[in-house]
Ligand binder design. Structure first.
Ligand SMILES: Nc1ncnc2c1ncn2[C@@H]1O[C@H](COP(=O)(O)OP(=O)(O)OP(=O)(O)O)[C@@H](O)[C@H]1O
Length: 228
């Protein structure tokens, strides 16, 4: 269980994330959905200690969550262009005994012996994904992992998340479009203007779209009203 209480993150005095009380059950896949700027990356960054919270606590199985507990796939990843994919993977610890690189390489169709500078955006994303999958961590956080992936890799990622859940991992996955989360998540948490406003169980997933668009339509109508 990941329990987050009274968490607040501010930039230049502006609160961009305020989480009063959020409990994420262990061994499940949790979707975090929100529009651009809702605070998804900030949420992941504060959980993984990349940014500091002003206040609050993040407890994982009774203890404060620490960076070594987390495998974090960030939205953008940094690569040394002059390395091959395989050399890049060797930078990271390999602590997952079940990880079979050749199987994932074939599924994701990655030319691991080519220089990373020859990779497409989607291929870089897949390489970063492999780097975290080869690590055995209790919590996996995937920030917009579907961005740039083709149909087949999308499906592969859905299956990978399913596998992580079966192994009892807690998976947090963000997206600003709903579709990929519907197939993979046990719960979807809606983040709006830095606050989690609602949690949807699987049976209620069809309602999310309506909820997202109700807010969006109102915002768009207000803005377009000013434009014309
Ligand atoms: N380093 C920073 N300095 C100042 N403001 C920031 C910083 N990082 C994020 N913000 C602000 O915090 C808010 C949340 O940003 P965040 O990147 O977490 O949103 P997001 O939901 O991940 O958005 P997107 O879907 O566009 O990636 C935004 O208003 C953003 O401008």
């Amino acid at each position: 269980m990941l329990a987050i209480k009274d968490l607040q993150v501010s930039f230049s005095g502006r609160a961009v994330l305020q989480v009063t009380d959020l409990k994420l059950a262990g061994g499940k896949v949790h979707g975090i959905i929100g529009l651009n700027g809702a605070g998804k990356s900030t949420f992941f960054n504060v959980l993984s200690e990349v940014v500091n919270a002003e206040k609050g606590e993040i407890i994982h199985d009774g203890k404060p969550l620490k960076y070594p507990d987390i495998a974090y796939l960030e939205t953008s990843n940094f690569f040394y262009a002059s390395l091959t994919g395989r050399e890049y993977l060797n930078i990271f610890p390999k602590t997952n005994p079940d990880f079979k690189l050749h199987v994932f390489r074939d599924i994701l169709q990655l030319p691991l012996d080519q220089l990373i500078e020859t990779y497409s955006t989607g291929m870089k994303k897949k390489l970063a994904l492999l780097a975290i999958l080869q690590q055995n961590k209790p919590v996996y956080m995937l920030d917009e992992p579907f961005n740039g992936l083709d149909l087949e890799s999308n499906r592969a990622l859905e299956m990978i998340m399913d596998l992580l859940r079966k192994k009892g991992k807690t998976v947090l996955v963000s997206a600003h479009i709903l579709e990929p989360l519907l197939h993979t998540c046990d719960q979807i948490h809606l983040l709006q203007n830095g606050r989690f406003i609602q949690t949807f169980e699987e049976a209620a997933f069809p309602e999310i779209r309506e909820k997202l668009f109700a807010q969006l339509n109102q915002d768009l109508q207000n803005k377009l009203g000013q434009a014309f």
